[in-house]
Each structure stands twice: as structure tokens, then as C-alpha cells.
Design a binder for this molecule. Structure first.
Ligand code: ADE
Ligand code: ZN
Length: 315
């Protein structure tokens, strides 16, 4: 089945072997972030962010990012993904300095175009890191606005959801909107329905996760009426302990209530998942089959931050 993946963190999709290889080349010691089997290991979400940032520290320069993007798109394509939207942080690519970002971007765009010719299109969603604060987010938003229109088509705040409020990032969102970028934000993953209501004030059309909307029926109705698309990542939520198992994940209840849900992997090696596994687990837990997955991918095509000719190909 052809799949559209709207929520995939580039750094978070780095296979542990890839990161270990780069660490060895650079004589960097990263032993604390892997378990005995060589997988990433972390205790909870805060620790996950620490391990994530430690792994990301070996990515130094455009060439490393280009190599990573190639590997990540190849892996996604193996699971039937025909279009991926990648969260990428200028703050990790040269400290959100515009010149450094442009160099990183040029190297990644070359890979994205080549992989596009091989059947997997992609775009970048510039990702300020919430726990780095609004000032640093502004620098990322400027990087996004200044490079809008090619591979970069969106802005999407990530990081620790319990730090600050979405409104603290309004300047960055206004800047991105004026540059014509699509808008999304992580919300309703760690915090409850109010975090989603706050996120909507920024004018987003999509929400990263958003699943905790299920705790507020009025909000669920509002999301359905406004045709807000949720970038659900059920395997991620279960691996991080937000839900105990697949049957208790709210994605099916949200879909039944008319909310536009889609499925992505978030940070696949961290959560021991891939798009094949996500689809298989949804199928086992909720009996979803081709009809449901086709509907979901049509919603994903509608919500994708891409031009009309790409949308036509995705449908
Ligand atoms: N960055 C990478 N994965 C994330 C997640 N699941 N939530 C927030 N920020 C993230
Ligand atoms: Zn995410």
C-alpha cells in the first residue's frame, strides 16, 4: 500500500548504526545512549530528548545531513512511503545561522530531488525546539521564511510540550505564515486539550499528535468541523507510555468522530517502529483495512504541505 508520512523527524529517524558510524569517524563517545543490543535507550520523554540531542550532536555539517536524509528516505520508501514530510531543525544545522542553514539545505535538497526521481517525494518542515525558547525559535522561523518555497514548505514547533505556551511562539508563526509556509505544531501529546486549543490560535492547519483532544468532546467536534488534520503517531505514543497498548489508543475513536487522522512514525528507530508495523498494528487493533487506510491517505494528501501537482500524484 502506498503511504504518505506527514510527521517524521529527520534526526529522530537516524538509525543507531548510522549515528555510531559517524561517532566513530569523529572519535566521539556516545556509549551512554545505546543499550547492549545497540539500540537507543532512554527512561522517559525528558531522557528521550537528551538521547535525541546527544545522537544529533554527531551530525556536523551539510554532508552528514545529506547522508542521513538519503538513508531515511530509502528506509521510508522500503515501507511503501511515496511522500514524507521531515521535521528538520536549523538549530541543529549550524545553530540557526542563515548561511549555515542554506548550506545544509542545499545538500539536503540535492538528495531530496534525486530521491524524488526514484519515487519518494519529500518536503522539510522547519522545527524550532520549544524548550530552547522563543528567541531561538525566531531564528529558525527566519531560516524557514528565507528559504521558503523549495524543499522547505512548513513550520512545526517540536520539543518539550510542557515548556511555555504556543502563544509564546506567535511571532515565529506569523513570520512563517507571511512567507507562505504551512503551519503545524506538536500539541496534545503530553499536555491535554487546552494545549490544542492554544495551538489553534496560531493558525495551524495540522497538529502533531493532537490525540489528547479525545479528552474533550467539544474540541473533537471543533477539530472535525474545522477539518484540522492530526499527524498521529500511535507507535510513538505507546512506546513513550502515553497509552498502554494499541486498543486503548484514541486514533480510531477520533476517526469515528470525523476527525481527519493520519499515521506517521515520528522517530522510528527510537520507538522500534516503521510504517509497515504502524499499519499492521492498526489493522489488528481496530480491524482497519484498505478502505480506512485509503481515506487516511486522502486526508494526508489534502493536508500535505506541497504543491497541487504533488497532491494530484499522492491521490
Ligand atoms: N521531537 C522528536 N520527537 C518528538 C516528540 N514525539 N514530541 C516532541 N518533540 C519531538
Ligand atoms: Zn514529533
Amino acid at each position: 500500500m502506498k503511504k504518505i508520512e506527514l510527521h517524521l523527524h529527520l534526526e529522530g529517524a537516524a538509525p543507531p548504526g548510522f549515528i555510531r558510524g559517524l561517532a566513530a569517524e569523529k572519535h566521539q563517545d556516545l556509549s551512554g545512549i545505546f543499550d547492549a543490543d545497540g539500540n537507543y535507550t532512554y527512561r522517559d520523554f525528558k531522557d528521550f530528548l537528551r538521547v535525541y540531542e546527544a545522537a544529533t550532536s554527531v551530525l556536523q555539517g551539510p554532508r552528514d545531513y545529506a547522508r542521513l536524509l538519503e538513508e531515511v528516505l530509502e528506509n521510508a520508501a522500503e515501507h511503501g512511503v511515496i511522500h514524507a514530510e521531515l521535521f528538520v531543525s536549523p538549530e541543529f544545522c549550524g545553530g540557526a545561522d542563515l548561511h549555515a542553514w542554506k548550506d545544509h539545505l542545499a545538500a539536503m535538497e540535492e538528495v531530496a530531488q534525486r530521491m524524488g526521481r526514484q519515487g519518494i517525494s519529500s518536503h522539510a518542515i522547519v522545527t524550532p525546539i520549544r524548550h530552547f525558547g522563543p528567541e531561538r525559535a525566531r531564528k529558525s522561523a527566519i531560516c524557514a521564511a528565507e528559504t521558503s518555497g523549495g524543499w522547505v514548505t512548513g513550520l512545526g514547533l517540536g520539543g518539550a510540550e510542557d515548556v511555555g505556551r504556543p502563544q509564546d511562539f506567535a511571532w515565529s508563526y506569523d513570520c512563517a505564515r507571511e512567507a507562505g509556509l504551512g503551519l503545524t505544531i506538536h500539541a496534545g501529546e503530553w499536555c491535554g486539550p487546552q494545549s490544542i486549543r492554544d495551538a489553534l490560535t496560531l493558525g495551524v492547519t495540522r497538529i502533531g499528535h493532537g490525540v489528547r483532544a479525545i479528552e474533550d468532546p467539544a474540541l473533537v467536534r471543533d477539530l472535525a468541523e474545522r477539518e484540522i488534520t492530526l499527524e498521529c503517531c500511535p507507535g510513538s505514543n505507546i512506546a513513550l507510555g502515553i497509552y498502554t497498548d494499541w486498543p486503548s489508543h484514541p486514533i480510531a475513536r477520533l476517526a469515528d468522530a470525523g476527525v481527519r487522522v493520519t499515521v506517521s512514525t515520528d522517530d522510528p528507530p527510537f520507538f522500534h517502529t516503521d510504517m509497515t508495523r504502524e499499519y499492521e498494528r492498526l489493522s489488528s487493533a481496530f480491524g482497519w483495512a484498505e478502505t480506512e487506510f485509503t481515506q487516511m491517505n486522502l486526508w494526508a494528501a489534502d493536508a500535505a504541505f506541497c504543491n497541487d501537482s504533488t497532491k494530484t500524484r499522492l491521490r
